[in-house]
Design a protein around this ligand. Sequence first.
Ligand code: SF4
Ligand code: MG
Length: 331
Amino acid sequence: AKKILEVRDLTVGFPREHGLLKATDHVSFSIEEGQTLCIVGESGSGKSVTSMAIMRLIDYAGGIIAEGKITFDGEELTTKKQSEMNRIRGERLAMIFQDPMSALNPVFSVGDQIAESLRIHKGMNAKDAWNKAVEMLKLVGIPEAEIRAKQYPFEMSGGMCQRVVIAMALACDPELIIADEPTTALDVTIQAQILDLLRRLKRELRTATLLITHDMGVAAEMADRIAVMYAGTIVEEGTVDEVFRTPRHPYTVGLLRSIPRLEEEPGSELYTIQGSIPGIGELPQGCRFHPRCPHAMSRCFIEEPSLLAAKGKEGHRAACWLEGIPEVSTR
Ligand code: SF4
Ligand code: MG
């Protein structure tokens, strides 16, 4: 299948007096047509920085792309001017963020906002753009879309606003959607509804998607492939089955063990990975995960493992010196 996005050796940092504070270090992955890749990890792992670098919004956050390439549908993004990125963002590269309110303009009706994007990017006239906006609101399950289109964001609930944001992202028929924690700011029941919607749209539209989440449960439901990030690097990558059934990195095992389960006894304590993620600029020597790893060996304190495939499993890669994880059980 055709690669929509290819990220190679992406190193993003924040320049400081004493040097570059690296937020990601040689991150590589790709997304094919129709595929959803989930990047999972705790906050501070470099997931959002990676997505902001792809959209080149990192420039506005004081960060720089120090190394690497980002190839989007054959075009190199790292060298584009912001004026060129403005044409790509919103049309070919759509974004869905955590907080729908901040993505919407409070002074325009939601229909007008979607219609405006269609006029700018697709050159539609006002009437066609409005009709298409209403159609998009229907697609994302907003009842009475003709009436709702005339409402302002403050007249809608958070869940409805996130549906509007999703409608806006999809309106121009983008080649790639980047969604950064799209359900995290919502109530649990609304989260489930938005996840259902995203799953349905994934089935119907097959738009290539990069989904950023800290939630392994969300990744399990949405992903074709999963990349686990830790302290600025990818530590494991594979299909959703490979990562969930035969995890190869102790950090992934820890994340899987900390998923809440229905059959868990009420009040029973959830597993948590001991310690916390190192801050950028405070990385330990050797394997970045060694201070928290239950399997750390002397080698792990000195040498950093690189992301390698196991024999005969090309797509399933892990950065760990272990030959196999002693207890594969994720319980
Ligand atoms: Fe643990 Fe060593 Fe593997 Fe790092 S390389 S995850 S410290 S076993
Ligand atoms: Mg984040």
